[in-house]
Write a new protein. Structure first.
Length: 365
């Protein structure tokens, strides 16, 4: 690990992820940024994603597709590509299959802890986190590095018995997310914005019930969207937005509100700051690691107070300056330094190029 490769060079990297387009979330945006920056650094990067496999909808989250992958298909894919390193990004069917493939051949690999899955399961199904964390420890226990997005998450995982946990910070695309054109919203200001999945674990109800002036705007899709539209008719539900259209919603906001108590990071907070929008959130894991300066956001157990403070006392220019210090290039360099190489010839890799051009994942370019 450490300085295995330096900052650049032609390393063949395989990233295995169950989260990929057409999903749009923090995991997908992070992995897209890693792929693009690593390629810019001279590496060859292949994404093994649900694209091209038969899939089934995830129970209660039909927009999440679960891959039906066979050991034979996975083996053929990896042998054809012949990676120098394998990174397993998620704990879904593809991640499990890749872990099994590596373990059966003594091939080293790295993993990442993107999502507090036990907390999500507890919020949605009332299953105690003590029942699910052992499975997460099992999944990650043989990884050469378990990459976590913040120091708080690193320490939390270490306290739960995870080994080889490494800090892998996140970045933001400041060329895309920047002050500028605003979405046209026919609503009464101030505009209080939420962006993300519309799901129980995101704690959106607490945002929608805040006793603060202004209009609450929700950008995103998810299993609770229809229910919340009915229950909160005074809020503005815009649906999912992407790219410059999403940036327009950030720029139309006076405060970005992040009500989640379960996220490991919260990339949308950095995106809001890059647009010059202050953040209001709870003082919990995720927000505490992103909002590290009081000049860019307000953290309080009283979320309404945090919203008022962010609206009245924070300079948008300070938010933008703060975001400009967080680059995806630096994040990619850190990611690369944790990868663990092996000799692909040990399992008869063909190394003929990308495993199957016809299966190039959506958006992999």
């Amino acid at each position: 690990m450490g300085d295995q490769f330096g900052e650049g060079g032609d390393v063949r990297i395989l990233i295995v992820t169950d989260a990929w387009y057409p999903q749009i979330n923090g995991v997908v945006r992070t992995l897209t940024a890693m792929r693009d920056n690593l390629r810019d650094m001279g590496d060859t990067v292949e994404m093994l994603t649900p694209e091209g496999f038969k899939t089934l909808p995830c129970p209660t989250y039909p927009e999440i597709r679960l891959s039906l992958v066979t050991a034979r298909t996975l083996d053929g894919f990896i042998r054809a590509y012949g990676p120098d390193v394998i990174h397993i990004a998620t704990e879904g069917p593809l991640g499990l299959a890749a872990r099994h493939w590596c373990a059966g051949r003594g091939v080293p690999y790295t993993t990442a802890f993107h999502t507090r899955f036990p907390e999500y399961v507890a919020a949605r199904f009332r299953i105690p986190i003590g029942w699910t964390y052992p499975g997460m420890r099992w999944f990650h226990k043989h990884a050469q590095s378990v990459m976590a997005p913040t120091l708080t998450v690193v320490e939390s995982l270490q306290a739960r018995g995870f080994a080889n946990v490494r800090l892998w910070g996140r970045g933001v695309d400041t060329d895309l997310f920047k002050p500028g054109r605003k979405a046209k919203l026919d609503v009464k200001g101030p505009v209080l914005l939420y962006v993300g999945r519309v799901a129980v674990e995101k704690n959106i109800e607490e945002f929608l019930t805040l006793a603060v002036s202004g209009t609450k705007v929700v950008v995103g899709d998810g299993p609770m969207l229809s229910e919340l539209k009915t229950r909160f008719p005074y809020a503005h539900f815009a649906g999912a937005k992407h790219g410059t259209e999403l940036v327009g919603y950030f720029n139309a906001a006076d405060v970005f509100v992040f009500p989640s108590r379960t996220d490991t990071f919260g990339l949308v907070m950095l995106e809001a700051l890059a647009c010059g929008v202050p953040v209001a959130a709870f003082p919990v894991m995720g927000p505490k690691d992103v909002i590290t300066e009081p000049t860019v956001g307000s953290l309080s157990e009283n979320l309404a107070d945090a919203v008022r403070t962010a609206a009245q006392h924070i300079n948008p220019a300070d938010c933008r300056r703060f975001a400009e210090t967080r680059s995806w290039r630096a994040s990619a360099v850190t990611f690369r330094s944790y990868l663990h190489p092996f000799d692909p010839a040990r399992f008869g890799a063909a190394r003929v190029g990308p495993a199957d051009a016809a299966r190039e994942p959506i958006g992999s370019g």
